[in-house]
Design a protein around this ligand. Structure first.
Ligand code: FAD
Length: 456
């Protein structure tokens, strides 16, 4: 018997329930990845993520070859390609991970319907993309938790399954035909300092980081210059690492650092269960605050300055430049730049979210949109009107200014925390810096926001 395993956001061999089930049920298995033009049309395959994806697929193929198999890559509408492979190989089952977004749900439905007409069974596995499947825990009277803390309390009590081992051998039928895995793309949007993609790189990173930095995570995760967070987000986004395995391994290590880290992975599950229940909030407000945001036309210059990292607020500019250079930004910087765009500049969160998705190597509809909404106060934050002051945030989370100096070379000669307020430098020094004056006065931004939210 033959089974197909359709890989989507789960590009790994370790702890892979669909692959495990397929190998159990069938003598031969087709590990399949389909490059679906619908993903391209939706604009998700931007260069940074396409490069990381290419690494993931190359690594998956190499790992499968070591087990006697290979990855079968095809291009075309996903249902058409899966049916063609199943028919060519005489497969009776297709296994895949359950998705969360509206796009993933429609894909599943379509596959189920079309495969059904061929007499092929689709088996969708929960708990692959997240540690706990969306809907596994719910509050009384609702299909999802709208507040993080009670969600985490329930989430923490659930026992996660044991991670599954990687297979020892994979036999792929001769008749399974595919193309070469895609090449890494090039182009001006490709960040020069991207991390290497793939399960091997992800496992390696996790092992090294857990050994060296996990125990100090609680104290250091907000330290911008220390850069001590795991940087596992792109691996989790592409499923090159299993969230179940990451949580289980961190818990085995124990301690306050592990606890704080697991809490962050729980945020990821939290957002997934919100979006699974309310797929429309990838674009619409989760909770409308009746905002009349400024848009692309009205705020064109402010938006351009923000995107290009020349707002005159050093920590904002540092974050935005890190995003372009690495395709990644420290979480604390993401919070600051998002608050600055939405609350200080009063620009629609969707404009910021779109820019992030253009560059973030971990960029996804779930975590990106819902974090943007959280910051904009249209999401699940229980203090929707809080505004982060970029100067105070800089002084607190980058007290020596190392993060700013790393990303804003114009300020490289300004010592210590003075780097967060270059406008306070003596005039003769200020004039020599090729760094812009602040785009606007923070007090004015705050007043506009408070008035808009009816809190003045
Ligand atoms: P760590 O601090 O090491 O955390 C471990 C893991 O927990 C992360 O890899 C991530 O998977 C998860 N995690 C941590 N914080 C969050 C969070 N707030 N929400 C959801 N999951 C979290 N994360 C994405 O994965 N994709 C995005 O597109 C994304 N967009 C964001 C946009 C904004 C405006 C903000 C404020 C945050 C966004 N985040 C996003 C969340 C967070 O910033 C990143 O997950 C984190 O910075 C990744 O770095 P790390 O792996 O070193 O995190």
């Amino acid at each position: 018997t033959v089974a197909v395993v359709l890989f989507t956001s789960d590009l790994r061999l370790h702890d892979h329930p669909p692959l495990h089930a397929a190998l159990h049920a069938a003598d031969e298995v087709v590990p399949l990845f389909v490059r679906d033009p619908a993903v391209h049309a939706a604009g998700f395959d931007v260069p940074n993520r396409a490069a990381f994806l290419a690494d993931c697929l190359a690594d998956l193929d190499a790992s499968l070859r070591r087990l006697g198999g290979r990855l079968v890559v095809r291009s075309g509408p996903v249902a058409r390609e899966v049916r063609a492979v199943a028919a060519a190989c005489g497969a009776t089952e297709v296994h895949m991970a359950a998705g969360v977004t509206g796009f993933a749900h429609r894909r599943e439905e379509r596959l189920r319907k079309e495969l059904d007409t061929d007499g092929v069974r689709l088996r969708v596995h929960e708990g692959v993309v997240t540690a706990l499947a969306p809907g596994a825990v719910t509050p009384a009277g609702s299909d999802h938790f709208a507040v993080f803390t009670p969600y985490m309390r329930r989430w923490s009590k659930e026992r996660l399954r044991d991670p599954l081992p990687a297979p020892r051998a994979v036999r792929v039928p001769e008749a399974a035909r595919g193309e070469d895995p895609p090449e890494r793309p090039a182009g001006p949007d490709l960040s020069p300092d991207l991390p290497p993609g793939g399960e091997s790189a992800g496992r390696d990173r996790f092992a090294r980081w857990a050994e060296a930095d996990l125990s100090r995570y609680e104290d250091r995760h907000d330290d911008l210059a220390g850069d001590a967070t795991s940087r596992l987000s792109p691996y989790l986004h592409f499923g090159a690492l299993s969230p179940v395995e990451v949580v289980r391994r961190a818990r085995e290590k124990g301690g306050a650092g592990a606890q704080a880290f697991v809490r962050q992975v729980c945020w990821r599950d939290f957002h997934h269960q919100v979006l699974a229940s309310r797929p429309e909030v990838s674009l619409r407000d989760y909770r409308s605050r009746e905002d009349r945001w400024r848009g692309e036309e009205e705020a064109a210059e402010d938006i351009a300055a923000w995107r290009e990292g020349r707002t005159g607020y050093p920590v904002v500019d540092a974050g935005m430049r890190q995003l372009r250079h690495e395709g990644w930004m420290h979480n604390r910087a993401r919070l600051v730049v998002a608050s600055f765009l939405t609350k200080t500049l009063y620009v629609d969160w969707r404009i910021g979210a779109r820019h992030f998705l253009r560059f973030l190597v971990d960029g996804d509809l779930v975590n990106n949109q819902l974090n943007w909404q959280w910051v904009a106060g249209t999401g699940t934050d229980t203090r929707p009107n809080r505004v982060l002051n970029p100067v105070l945030q800089g002084k607190r989370y980058d007290p020596d200014g190392g993060y700013v100096r790393r990303w804003v070379p114009e300020l490289a000669d300004v010592r210590g925390s003075a780097v967060h307020e270059p406008w306070r430098l003596p005039e003769h020094r200020r004039a020599r810096l090729r760094y812009p004056q602040p785009l606007l006065d923070l007090g004015e931004g705050l007043a506009r926001f408070r008035q808009a939210r009816g809190r003045d």
